[in-house]
Design a protein around this ligand. Structure first.
Ligand code: FMN
Length: 346
């Protein structure tokens, strides 16, 4: 299993999924260090990026669109994901992202691809005809893809859902249109918009997309172990797998999957390694976003890292009400000592 995308080649196609509010620069870098071969940025509004850069909206801040679209080398190969429904704004935003020169924010390098979001289920996005609502308008989906492909020389990829609802599962049809519109890779989240994130995915949808197109197909949904990844690959024939929630507090899932695909042994990190990684992620997010925002966003990651560790429940509560990073470091150090005898489990 390998994927060629523009100038890069992904050995196993094991990737980190985009998750707004979760997969920020610090987390993408960490996942890359733990074996993720490729990642996709948190979604960026094409229109907001265009307006901000044209000075029609407030200057970019750490929460603005340009910082979301900026890329650093340490994150490894990544795509920047845009959402929107107007082909002209999508094309304009893609051009800016390819040039990677933003007002009020620096980007070390250009991304390796532009990704288009056709999967977001949030009402404020779909109500506008954007995200997964584009699964209901395949012709417009194709026009958007074509406009972006024409605007940039980078490969253009698209992340879709199975369809809008159980009555309209059309991922294979939409994938064919996107391929004809110039898309270089398709990622399928095998749930309809109606299903949101409820457990249970439809592997047959990924298989149908794989049969429908010649470009690489990446399967996504409910992978939380190497077993899940191998099952998806074997049952669908997909060229790569994208992991979202399964990487929360477990960035080692990428090396676990790579080890399985290469027939190597994988050693789970000890409690002590897990806590050290949590601390380094918190330091990185604070360095990037400042203590106030970094703490607010970092706390949920800290709670995920504690999953399955003895004493996690009370430590989680203490972390959530902590006011400073030193308080959090203290709580993490305590739980590390409590579990020093080995692999503590709840
Ligand atoms: C908190 C959260 C934020 C997400 N944000 C995005 C996003 O910005 N763009 C996108 O295409 N998908 C987004 N997704 C969907 C994920 O990329 C992925 O398709 C979904 O979680 C299913 O994969 P999983 O079961 O491995 O988590 C998000 C999911 C979650 C849980």
């Amino acid at each position: 299993m390998s994927i060629k995308l523009g100038n890069i080649e992904l050995c196993h196609g094991v990737m980190l999924a985009p998750m707004a509010g979760v997969t920020d620069r610090s987390f993408r870098r960490l996942c890359h260090e733990c074996g993720s071969e490729y990642s996709v940025s948190e979604m960026v509004s094409a229109k907001a990026l265009c307006y901000e850069q044209q000075g029609k909206r407030r200057e970019s801040s750490v929460m603005g669109s340009a910082p979301l679209a900026s890329v650093t080398r340490a994150e490894g190969p990544m795509a920047v994901q845009i959402f929107g429904k107007e082909p002209s704004f999508m094309a304009e935003a893609a051009k800016m992202i390819e040039a990677s020169s933003y007002r009020g924010c620096t980007s070390e390098v250009a991304p390796v691809a532009i990704d288009i979001n056709m999967g977001c289920p949030m009402r404020k996005i779909t109500g506008n005809g954007e995200g997964s609502a584009l699964m209901k308008t395949p012709k417009l989906a194709g026009e958007i893809c074509e406009a972006v492909v024409r605007a940039v020389s980078l490969p253009v990829t698209v992340k879709i859902r199975a369809g809008w609802d159980s009555e309209s599962v059309n991922a294979a049809e939409v994938a064919r249109i996107l391929e004809a519109s110039g898309a270089s890779m398709i990622c399928v989240h095998a749930r309809t918009r109606e299903q949101l994130y409820s457990p249970g995915i439809e592997l047959g949808v990924i298989e149908a997309v794989k049969r429908a197109v010649k470009i690489p197909v990446v399967g996504n949904g409910d992978i939380s172990s190497a077993d899940d990844a191998v099952n998806m690959i074997n049952r669908t024939g997909c060229d790569g797998v994208m992991i979202g929630r399964g990487a929360m507090g477990n960035p080692w899932i990428f090396s676990e999957i790579a080890a399985r695909l290469e027939g190597r042994r994988f050693d789970r990190p000890s409690v002590s390694e897990r806590i050290d990684t949590a601390v380094s992620q918190l330091e990185s997010v604070i360095a990037h976003k400042g203590e106030r925002v970094g703490l607010a966003e970092g706390k949920k990651h800290m709670a995920w890292y504690l999953s399955g560790i003895r004493g996690a429940a009370s430590a989680r509560n203490a972390i959530m009400t902590a006011h400073t990073k030193d308080e959090i470091y203290g709580i993490l150090s305590e739980i590390k000592n409590e579990n020093a005898d080995g692999e503590g489990t709840e």
